[in-house]
Design a protein around this ligand. Structure first.
Ligand code: HEM
Length: 141
C-alpha cells in the first residue's frame, strides 16, 4: 500500500528519527571500542565479579543505546514512513534493549551467550545502518 507523503509533524519526526539513527551508529562504534578496552582492562578479574569496573563504561553506553533505540521506535511510530521502517525500528529496540541484556547476563554462566551478545552487537549496528541509509534516501526523494 502506498503511504501518504511525509509532511508536517510526521516529516519533522522522520528527520529527528534519521539523526537519532546517526547517534545510535556513533554510539555503536564507541561501544565496540569500549568492549575491547574492557577486555584488556580486566587485569585478571572476572567479568561481572564484585569490584569489576572494566566494563562499566560499556554497560553505561549499552543502556544509553537502549534508550536511543526506544526514542527511535517512538519517532518512527509518529512519522509512520512505512511498514519496513517500523518493523526494523521495533527489531532494533528488541535486539538492543532486551536481547543484549539477556545475552550478557546469560553469558556469565555459558560463553555461548557471550558470543551471541557480541554477534547481536554487530547485527544491531548493521540494522541501524540499513535504516539510516533508507531514511536518507526517503528524505531526498
Ligand atoms: C552495539 C553493540 C553492543 C551493545 C549495544 C551492547 C550492550 C551491552 C549492555 C546493555 C550490557 C549490560 C548488560 C546488563 O548488565 O544488563 C553489556 C555488557 C557487556 N557486553 Fe556488550 N554490547 C555490545 C557489544 C559488545 C561486544 C562486541 C562485546 C565483545 C566482547 C561485548 C561484551 C560485553 C560484556 C563482556 C559485558 C559485561 C557482561 C556482564 O556484566 O556480566 N558487548 N553490553
Amino acid at each position: 500500500m502506498t503511504q501518504p507523503a511525509l509532511t508536517g509533524t510526521r516529516r519533522s519526526a522522520f528527520v529527528v528519527y534519521r539523526w537519532a539513527l546517526t547517534v545510535f551508529l556513533l554510539l555503536g562504534v564507541v561501544q565496540i571500542f569500549l568492549a575491547g578496552m574492557g577486555v584488556f582492562a580486566l587485569n585478571g578479574r572476572e567479568i561481572g565479579a564484585p569490584g569489576e569496573t572494566a566494563f562499566s563504561p560499556h554497560r553505561l553506553v549499552g543502556n544509553i543505546m537502549s534508550a536511543v533505540a526506544l526514542v527511535i521506535l517512538v519517532l518512527v511510530l509518529v512519522a509512520r514512513p512505512g511498514t519496513a521502517d517500523i518493523i526494523g525500528a521495533a527489531l532494533l529496540f528488541i535486539l538492543t534493549g532486551v536481547a543484549q541484556s539477556v545475552f550478557a547476563n546469560l553469558g556469565s554462566d555459558a560463553s555461548f551467550w557471550g558470543g551471541l551478545h557480541a554477534l547481536d552487537g554487530l547485527i544491531v549496528i548493521g540494522l541501524a545502518g540499513f535504516l539510516h541509509v533508507k531514511a536518507i534516501r526517503a528524505l531526498k526523494a
